[in-house]
Design a protein around this ligand. Structure first.
Ligand code: ATP
Ligand code: MG
Length: 583
């Protein structure tokens, strides 16, 4: 596959902040020291994410600035200034304090993207609790697993979601209170016995609150991983993570004072928290939060209506936009967009090429994980984009490609992607599983579980997750490479590739393909796609088999679950499917 490098003009000096480090800077702890000084901190050297995101703006010249522009499912719009978010979250901190919540207690939210979710999140941080937003589409069992595992003391939710999980509430011994926000759901149903009303508690609460003293090492946010490769793990982050969330907000998201920012991820997943709450607000930026789900025209409408300038989304969403065609975006004015980013899965080069005429710019891929808390490898706004590469490590972060003995490999060789521990937003444990946590660190490196290679210019190229890599006739093949070729075919909307056991080659490449609207599965189309793949890649790597599916199984955070495709292919148990998206 040959895609030309997408060259960038020299950055406009007036838009580049003087503190933007050179993307080529080596690993340098001094970088983090400099960034740390840009945050306000609390008296006595304490650090709290809620203070950095909300209070420091609410207490300064930005107090009247819009922090949140919320658009509900029915098109209703509400706005909240930094001062208003401070007042509301101070009140909620008082509510939690009144209910006996103490530093270190877990406060979880099962809510849609409504303003009360963000208030509860910051209120929790202000009492020193560990907050955990859960994805609102979860059914009772995944919610039960996570609330039991975390030992959450408080659950903040909405009436409809409360009804959905009613059967598991009695099993949660550590759960003391369920707080239900009716207004958020525009649902006046009476409360279940024992539940507390968010509105009633808030109407009585004082808005005077002093943030509990939290150090940079105190736990703040807990996130269960996406469950793409197995049972989700509870990654725990500290307040220190805000340093990197703030820095990457500047360096990678390129957030500036006057931006209108939209992150499409739900706070139930780490992107929706680190970049849908913490990075933009620690930078004092106005963000749009859209409660509705995916619909191509509705999404373009959000950009147009609110004048979104910086947009952070995911490959699955982009592939869905591609599937909807190029006529839909033509009906909208998208000229406000000046920077677009993607994370969560490899961004197929084809998606970038598709986006060039539609958005008049390249989509910038970047790489990180729930465990890493913030972006570690990225295509910076000022960098030339090499479609298919996730970019370069950010300043202050050292990445490497290692062999099976965890020794550094030369440029161009594929191996384990590893990171030198110690970046500020690094997770500090897997909740109640320190053994697994420790097993992720080897010979002075954090082993990410992904395979990649680095080129001579320092660009990193994702190969695949360790578990997804295919071993065919002595070659290790990353599914991404094959999938990217397949989606270059005009009929293909999505592709998921697995290794199918084979007596001779060990494994052969099998592809599952979902077609774009207007195409029907047929033997002829199958042969045509196979021929298309064979022309573009080595014979050993091109898929030997293609199976059409109406859509591919994905996690609720939008990742293709290849392990499930494989289990189904081999007739094996499906394993943990708690995060599987429903059709
Ligand atoms: P689990 O750990 O439960 O299997 P998960 O790894 O999908 O789930 P996340 O932490 O949400 O959970 O996702 C991080 C992973 O997503 C990375 O390790 C990588 O495999 C993939 N990923 C994220 N961004 C990119 C990217 N830009 N390019 C390629 N892969 C990416
Ligand atoms: Mg993972």
């Amino acid at each position: 596959m040959d895609y030309q490098v997408i060259r960038k003009p020299k950055p406009d000096e007036s838009r580049v902040k003087p503190r933007l480090p050179d993307p080529g800077d080596p690993h340098d702890a001094a970088i983090w020291e400099t960034v740390q000084k840009e945050l306000d901190w609390l008296p006595g050297g304490f650090l709290n994410k809620a203070y950095e995101c909300i209070d420091r703006h609410a207490l300064g010249p930005n107090q009247g600035k819009k922090a949140l522009v919320w658009e509900g499912k029915n098109g209703e719009v509400e706005t909240y200034t930094f001062a208003e978010l401070k007042r509301e979250s101070d009140k909620f901190a008082n509510v939690l304090n009144g209910l006996g919540v103490e530093k270190g207690d877990r406060v979880f939210m099962l809510m849609e993207r409504v303003p009360e979710l963000y208030v509860a999140f910051f209120g929790g941080l202000k009492v020193g609790a560990v907050v955990g937003p859960l994805f609102s589409a979860f059914g009772p069992e995944p919610v039960k697993d996570r609330l039991l595992d975390s030992g959450a003391k408080i659950l903040v939710t909405q009436p409809g979601l409360r009804r959905r999980i009613a059967e598991v509430i009695p099993d949660l011994q550590q759960l003391r209170h369920v707080i239900v926000a009716n207004t958020a759901s525009r649902d006046p149903s009476p409360l279940a016995e024992g539940d507390l009303s968010y509105e009633a508690l808030m109407s009585e609460a004082s808005s005077e609150w002093e943030i509990v003293e939290t150090t940079m090492y105190d736990h703040s946010v807990m996130h269960y991983t996406s469950g793409t490769t197995g049972k989700p793990k509870g990654a725990v982050h500290c307040h220190h993570a805000i340093v990197q969330q703030y820095a990457t907000g500047k360096w990678v998201l390129d957030l500036h004072e006057d931006d209108i920012y939209w992150c499409t991820a739900d706070p139930g997943w780490v992107t929706g928290t680190s970049y849908g709450i913490l990075a933009p607000w620690s930078n004092g930026v106005t963000q749009v939060i859209y409660e509705g789900g995916f619909r191509a025209s509705a999404w373009y409408e959000v950009i147009e209506k609110h004048g979104v300038t910086v947009w952070y989304t995911a490959p699955t969403a982009i592939r869905m936009l591609m599937k909807a065609g190029t006529d839909v975006p033509k009906r909208h004015d998208l000229s406000s967009l000046r920077h677009i980013l993607s994370v969560g899965e490899p961004l197929n080069p084809e998606a970038i090429m598709w986006g060039l005429p539609v958005f008049q710019q390249a989509i910038h891929d970047n790489w990180w994980q729930t465990e890493t808390g913030a972006i570690l490898i990225a295509n910076y706004p000022a960098m030339d984009v090499r479609p298919g590469s996730m970019g370069k490590p950010i300043p202050g972060v050292e990445a490497a490609i290692l062999d099976d003995d965890y020794v550094r490999l030369p440029v161009g060789t594929e191996g384990h992607l590893a990171i030198r521990p110690g970046w500020p937003s690094m997770f500090r444990t897997y909740w109640r599983d320190s053994e697994r946590y420790n097993s992720r660190f080897r010979k002075g490196w954090y082993i990410t579980g992904d395979r990649a290679r680095v080129d001579q210019d320092g660009y990193y190229w994702f190969v695949g997750r360790e578990d997804d890599v295919i071993n065919t006739a002595g070659h290790l093949v990353g599914p991404f490479e094959v999938e990217s070729v397949l989606i270059g075919h005009p009929a293909v909307a999505e592709a998921g590739v697995i290794g199918k056991p084979d007596p001779i080659a060990m494994e052969v490449v099998k592809a599952f393909v979902a077609l774009k609207d207007g195409f029907e599965p047929s033997q002829k189309l199958r042969s045509e796609i196979m021929g298309f793949a064979r022309e573009r890649m080595a014979a050993g790597i091109a898929p030997r088999e293609i199976e059409f599916l109406p859509s591919l199984p994905k996690t609720r955070s939008g990742k293709i679950m290849r392990r499930l495709l494989k289990a189904r292919e081999l007739g094996l148990p499906e394993g943990d499917t708690s995060t599987l998206e429903e059709d």
